[in-house]
Design a protein around this ligand. Structure first.
Ligand code: PRP
Ligand code: URA
Length: 209
């Protein structure tokens, strides 16, 4: 599928299976999400541009690869996005962070915004939007709409699980934004939950149900 990368690394798939298991504890779920985020971050940053700089090793001088100037923004869709964010910041500590507070209205499944805070120079940066779940994609579309409105021009979307319906909605609305996911599940149920899925990511992370 165009514009979609499935991160099928065995470690990702193994950890995801444990996360899906309803008997996994809140602490275990949170820890696994953090671990998976390191592996997903590796994949979503694979095409970052490199330049070189001259350094002295203990033996000689060399032109060594280093990341090109363009800095990253990780844009976390609250609450569950924070579960991916923490591990990603371990790998890229210099990244800037945007927070986008959204929740799904349980009846209409529309995304309701309650918070937005982002660096002012979004146009100069690659913005990686992170949220474990892409279900109807109403939240992902709203997050990217807002970031584009605030100047972002170069974006990717990183999640853990995606539904086919959400992928279609997101790709139709934002065809310029590639999706990275660990798995594409079967479908959405009548309440907009991903099946087989892992349940409500925010509730499982924070023990709020
Ligand atoms: C979840 C999830 C996504 C959204 C996905 O958040 O983290 O943001 O649902 O669903 P969608 O693709 O149909 O929009 P939720 O609204 O439950 O908020 P929470 O993270 O605070 O629990
Ligand atoms: N949000 C979740 O947390 N889980 C789903 O399955 C769908 C939306």
């Amino acid at each position: 599928m165009q514009g979609i990368t499935i991160v099928d690394h065995p470690l990702v798939q193994h950890k995801l299976t444990i996360m899906r298991d309803k008997n996994t504890s809140t602490a275990g779920f949170r820890q696994l999400l953090r671990e998976i985020s390191l592996l997903l971050c590796y994949e979503v940053t694979r095409d970052l541009e490199l330049t070189t700089r001259v350094i002295e090793t203990p033996l000689t001088t060399m032109e060594a690869p280093t990341l090109e100037g363009k800095k990253l923004v990780f844009a976390s869709v609250l609450r569950a996005g924070n579960g991916l964010l923490d591990g990603m910041l371990d790998l890229v500590p210099a990244a800037r962070v945007a927070h986008i507070g959204l929740y799904r209205d349980p009846d209409t499944l529309e995304a309701i915004e309650y918070f937005f805070k982002a660096p002012s120079d979004l146009g100069d940066r690659l913005v990686i939007v992170v949220d474990p779940m892409l279900a109807t994609a109403n939240s992902a579309v709203a997050a990217v709409d807002k970031l584009k409105e605030r100047g972002a021009t170069s974006l990717s979307f990183l999640c853990l699980l995606a539904a086919p319906e959400g992928i279609a909605h997101f790709r139709n609305t934002h065809p310029d934004v590639p999706i990275f996911t660990a798995a594409i599940d079967e479908r959405l149920d009548e309440r907009g939950y991903i099946v087989p899925g892992l349940g409500d990511a925010g509730d499982r992370m924070y023990g709020t149900k």
